[in-house]
Design a protein. Structure first.
Length: 279
C-alpha cells in the first residue's frame, strides 16, 4: 500500500470514528422559558402609556441539561423550576442539541466576560440577548423576535423619557440578580425603596415610593406628585387594587398633561382590593 493510499485510509477511519461518535452523542432538548416581569401589568397599561400594546416585560432563560441558564448580574444557573421568576408564561421548544454539558460550560466560560454585573443593561445588553446567543450556539436558532424587539418598542415611545426612572430602577434590581416587584411597573416616573421600607408597610406604601433623582428637575417631580395624589384618591374609593390604582392614576395624569387621548375608565365590575402577587 502506498503512503498516499494509507493516508486516505487513515483519514477515512478518523472521519468515520468522529461521525460515529457524533451520531451517538446524547441528545438534549433545549427550551426557552419566558416570564413576564410585570405580571400582566404591562398588558393593562402599555397602550395608554406607550401608545402601543405590549404583552409583557419579558425575561427569558434557556433550559437544557436539567438546568435553567439566564443573565442578570452575571450568568446564573438554577435547577429547572427553581428560578426566582415564578412560573413561565410561555415555554418555547428551541430544538435538540448534541452539544455536551462540558462543551456548553466551556462556551459559557468563554463569553462570561461579556455578561457581567457591569455589562448588564436593560435596554441594550440583557437576559434576552444572552438567551439568544445561547440558542444560536446550542441549536443554531434565535429566540422570538418580539422578545428581542421589546427594548426598541419602549425606547421609541414619545413617553420613553418619563419612563427612564422606572427603567433605571428595574435595571438596578435585575443587575443584582433580584426580581422586580409589580409596584416598580406601576410608576412610569420611577421609584426606589423608601427609607427603611424594604419589605415593610402596606401595599399602598409600596406603590407610592420616593422618586429617583430626576435629570429634568421639577417638571417630572411635579408630575410624580400629581400621580401620587391621584393614586391616593383612587385608592380611597376602595374599588381598585394598588397596581390597578397606580395604572389608572398614571393614565389620568398623562391625559391631563395631553400625552394621552381620553378614554372611559372602567367603573363597574372592577376587581376588589387585592395585593399584587409576586412571582
Amino acid at each position: 500500500m502506498s503512503w498516499f493510499s494509507y493516508s486516505l485510509l487513515l483519514d477515512a477511519t478518523i472521519y468515520n470514528k468522529a461521525k460515529f461518535e457524533f451520531q451517538n452523542k446524547e441528545v438534549h432538548k433545549v427550551c426557552l422559558h419566558v416570564y413576564d416581569l410585570s405580571q400582566g401589568l404591562a398588558k393593562q397599561v402599555s397602550l395608554s402609556l406607550l401608545g402601543k400594546a405590549i404583552e409583557g416585560i419579558w425575561h427569558t432563560g434557556v433550559v437544557v441539561y436539567g438546568t435553567e441558564y439566564y443573565f442578570g448580574g452575571g450568568i446564573y444557573r438554577a435547577p429547572v423550576g427553581t428560578a426566582p421568576y415564578g412560573t413561565p408564561v410561555r415555554m418555547i421548544e428551541l430544538g435538540d442539541t448534541k452539544v455536551s454539558k462540558d462543551e456548553f460550560e466551556s462556551f459559557l466560560e468563554k463569553i462570561s466576560p461579556r455578561f457581567t454585573h457591569e455589562t448588564y443593561s436593560l435596554l441594550h445588553h440583557n437576559c434576552n440577548n444572552f438567551s439568544n446567543e445561547v440558542a444560536q450556539f446550542l441549536v443554531n436558532t434565535t429566540i422570538p423576535q418580539y422578545i428581542l424587539d421589546l427594548p426598541n418598542e419602549v425606547s421609541s415611545s414619545p413617553l420613553a423619557p418619563l419612563m427612564m426612572p422606572m427603567i433605571q430602577s428595574m435595571e438596578a434590581t435585575l443587575r443584582e440578580g433580584d426580581v422586580p416587584t409589580v409596584c416598580q411597573f406601576a410608576q412610569p416616573l420611577g421609584a426606589t425603596s423608601s427609607e427603611g421600607g424594604k419589605g415593610e408597610g402596606s401595599d399602598d406604601q409600596k406603590v407610592c415610593l420616593q422618586p429617583l433623582v430626576d435629570p429634568q428637575g421639577n417638571a417630572r417631580g411635579q408630575v410624580h406628585d400629581e400621580i401620587a395624589k391621584e393614586f391616593a384618591a383612587i385608592r380611597a374609593q376602595g374599588t381598585y387594587s394598588p397596581s390597578e390604582a397606580a395604572a389608572l392614576a398614571t393614565k389620568n395624569v398623562m391625559m391631563r398633561y395631553g400625552f394621552l387621548n381620553p378614554a372611559p375608565a372602567p367603573t363597574d365590575g372592577a376587581p376588589k382590593d387585592e395585593a399584587p402577587k409576586n412571582g
